[in-house]
Write a protein that binds this ligand. Structure first.
Ligand code: GLN
Ligand code: ZN
Length: 757
């Protein structure tokens, strides 16, 4: 039995690529030095994979920024505004990735989007009517040759033509179907070149095949590959899918002239069923994605063995594979020096997953798999009783009934009660929570963590910052104030640290986009609130002002979506456990005099299943109730806010309304407030604060600009439902922009108030 992986993390064990790239951006090292770091990472990864005994080692999975962007450069699909800058090629590439402002011009970066249902972001290729798709890049060939020189004939990996054309944004009149011939010719040329270089296999990644496909989509896919595979130049072609199953095109895939088909058996709910029902072509190899590329738990060899033995009934030739690229997990456990062995033995990061593939190979190559040492040790590990169980929490979740998810009285009644209580002006102004995390705020936290200052000193500083922040907001004239979140490093980590059941890693970085990495906490056991998490700071902030002080919490779905979840219980169960804890905090805040509480659900949209038919059952049916449970116990006069970081929720607008918050704030400025029409059409009931300016950009919006945004809002939404606020938290901005921006925001709201009363 052979083994394979789809791709390996490229950031380096200690984020070497990030640090080198950022140095390069600051002009501190040369392009050659950056290239050198990149090469060291690649060769380290290559040797690791070779030494692990892996049979199919990928190349071209390396990227300086993003693999989709690499493909755009490979295929000559780069907007002219970048090439016209006349920069060296690496800098042209970074200009498209990050934007460029300098002697040669001023251009914004390409758009960035979430990569399917992950927290990784890709750069959206832009195709216009003049785009001439053809093979112009050499990176896949260079990296194949580099590995070959180092003794490994790799399996080069390239994003496939269908996925590339589906992900691109078309800015002219042409659409994907207009590029079939040119794209097919480019991929055909790619195969020819690999044939010349002596490659045996080429892997074409086609994750878009796991999404819902229309008949046009299927036709596009088939016509591309009929052309591409017409001549394979002696190279075997692996069609690699991941993040789901290919139920809409399984038969087409089987009929096309591929040599290998990669199916995801972890997230692909129907993968096994498809093979059982339709069989598998005798002339093809199945790359079976059995090792989870998205989570950090050790593989369960019992489950894997069952799946593989089942597949063997239908498939002649199987290669053991990961379910997706390993870029979604951290690099190596070797740097987790503080994590106790009792936890660590349950973990497998990328490097350890190579070890698992090697063990699985031994297991399947033996006469009696179940009797191998590897199998038995793994079975013992998985049958160990797990620490961190909390029967009381389990019991509480089990006892939840429908009425627990319903807040009474209903919305309209509460709205009246709250209007009377707060007596807010029209267009009440507020912010999303955090104020600038200045260098001194970060320095204070880091000094405390290193033990350089006492807890008392640390807290004294936070108190001063809160007082300053409250005074500033009063001076600016905001209506609903916040404490500023100076005590928080991150909106999930902060809460995770106050919850039983969470554990934290030291070096488990995962690429989020470009040079940005995140370190998701791990849900280990049953979750419960260890102690009040925010009450003290909120209460203190409220004591400084007569205006309402918003309590500020992260919601259960977002906390879960930005963590590595457990696999021994359902996501629903974990979400409800977290909801229990957050609800306690909500009630505690209320009991301590906090009249408005915001529960952020920044990441709610992110994990919506890729297929519409899975939306309800697999996600919304528990995600929305988890949120509802958090606030269903508060009094009618307590106002619940929520916040989302994007406005791409047109397709689940009813569900968002059904969260039954009193007010929702969200990003709208970058999408030109198009969401407003959707709110109007759907008679959106919740009061809304569509962000009136973009906080991601370091500029100061003028009063007029903000007023224009408010006018657009009043054209579509009843004024009694409107709030005025920035589109997200201000923590990444400086005070220089924040203060004048908020002053303009308040001035614009006052102007709107005068005009509308
Ligand atoms: N309350 C958080 C903040 O202001 C919300 C952040 C977010 O939406 N990502 O920082
Ligand atoms: Zn946000």
């Amino acid at each position: 039995m052979n083994t394979s992986i789809i791709g390996y993390p490229r950031i380096g064990n200690l984020r070497e690529l990030k640090f080198a790239s950022e140095k390069y951006f600051r002009g501190e090292i040369t392009a050659a030095e950056l290239e050198q770091t990149a090469k060291e990472i690649r060769l380290h990864n290559l040797n690791l994979q070779k030494n692990s005994g892996l049979d199919f080692i990928p190349s071209n999975d390396f990227s300086f920024y993003d693999g989709v962007l690499d493909t755009a450069f490979l295929l000559n699909a780069v907007p002219k505004r970048y090439t016209a800058l006349g920069l060296p090629s690496l800098d042209t590439y970074f200009a498209a990735a990050r934007g460029y402002q300098g002697k040669k011009g001023d251009v914004k970066a390409l758009a960035m989007k979430k990569w399917y249902n992950t927290n990784y972001h890709y750069m959206v290729p832009e195709i216009d009517d003049t785009t001439d798709i053809k093979l112009v890049g050499t990176k896949p060939f260079d990296l194949f040759s580099e590995a070959l020189e180092n003794g490994v004939k790799t399996k080069p990996v390239v994003i496939g033509a269908y996925t590339f054309l589906k992900l691109a944004r078309y800015t002219g009149t042409k659409a994907a179907a207009d590029f079939v011939d040119s794209a097919a010719a480019a991929y055909s040329e790619l195969l020819r070149r690999f044939g010349e270089l002596g490659a045996e296999w080429v892997q074409l990644d086609e994750p878009s095949l796991v999404k819902d496909m229309t008949t046009e989509d299927t036709a596009l896919f088939v016509s591309l590959y009929e052309k591409i595979l017409a001549n394979k130049y002696g190279v075997k072609v692996l069609l690699q899918t991941y993040f789901g199953d290919v139920r809409d095109c399984y038969n087409e895939i089987c009929e096309l002239n591929f040599d290998g088909i990669g199916l995801d058996l972890v997230e692909g709910k129907k993968s096994l069923e498809l093979v059982r029902a339709n069989g598998f072509p005798k002339d093809k190899v199945l790359f079976a994605g059995v090792v989870n590329g998205k989570n950090i738990w050790r593989n369960n060899y019992g489950h894997t063995t069952f799946a593989v033995l089942e597949l063997k009934k239908y498939v002649q030739s199987i290669v053991l594979n990961t379910s997706c690229s390993l870029i979604h997990v951290p690099c190596t456990l070797a740097n987790e020096t503080k994590l106790p062995e009792s936890y660590k033995k349950h973990f497998a990061y990328a490097e350890e997953k190579l070890g698992e593939l090697a063990e699985l190979k031994i297991i399947f190559d033996s006469e009696d798999p179940i009797e191998t040492k590897e199998y038995r040790l793994n079975a013992a590990l998985h049958s160990e009783p797990r620490s961190g169980g909390n029967p009381a929490v389990r019991e509480k979740v089990a006892q939840l009934t429908d009425s627990d998810f319903v807040r009474l009285p209903e919305f309209a009644e509460r709205e009246k009660i709250q209007k009377a209580r707060f007596d807010m002006p029209l267009f009440p102004t507020t912010t999303i929570g955090s104020f600038p995390q200045t260098a001194e705020v970060k320095a204070n936290r880091s000094a405390f963590r290193k033990g350089e200052i006492t807890e008392a000193e640390y807290e004294q500083f936070i108190k001063e910052k809160i007082a300053e922040c409250v005074a500033l907001q009063e001076e600016i004239g905001l209506d609903v104030l916040v404490h500023g979140e100076f005590e928080r490093n991150d909106m999930v980590e902060y809460f995770g640290e106050c919850l039983n059941g969470y554990i934290f890693t030291e070096k488990a970085w995962v690429q989020s986009y470009g040079t940005r990495c995140v370190k998701p906490p791990v849900v280990w056991g049953d979750i419960s609130r260890a102690k009040p998490m925010t009450v003290r700071w909120s209460k203190y902030a409220q004591s400084l002002t007569d205006k309402p002080m918003k309590g500020m919490l992260t919601g259960p779905v977002t906390i879960l979506n930005w963590s590595f979840p457990r696999e021994d219980i359902s996501l629903k169960e974990s979400a409800f456990q977290i909801a229990l804890a957050i609800r306690e905090e909500v009630l505690d805040l209320e009991a301590n005099g906090i009249s408005i509480i915001q529960v952020d659900e920044a990441a709610l949209r992110e994990k919506l299943p890729l297929r519409k038919s899975d939306w309800r059952e697999d996600y919304l049916d528990w995600a929305i109730p988890a949120f509802r449970y958090v606030h269903s116990g508060v009094r009618p006069e307590t106002q619940i806010h929520t916040h989302m970081c994007y406005s791409e929720f047109a397709d689940i607008i009813k569900d968002i309304d059904d969260m039954d918050a009193d007010v929702i704030t969200f990003e709208a400025s970058r999408s030109d407030l198009t969401i407003l029409d959707v709110l109007k059409e759907n008679n959106f009931r919740t009061e809304v604060g569509p962000g009136v300016y973009d906080i991601h950009s370091p500029r100061v919006p003028s009063k007029e600009e903000i007023k224009t945004a408010i006018n657009k809002m009043t054209e579509r939404i009843p004024v009694s439902k409107l709030w005025v606020n920035p589109d997200c938290g201000l923590k990444t901005r400086g005070n220089e922009e924040t203060v004048p921006s908020l002053k303009n925001l308040v001035a614009a709201a006052k102007e709107a108030r005068n005009e509308n009363s």
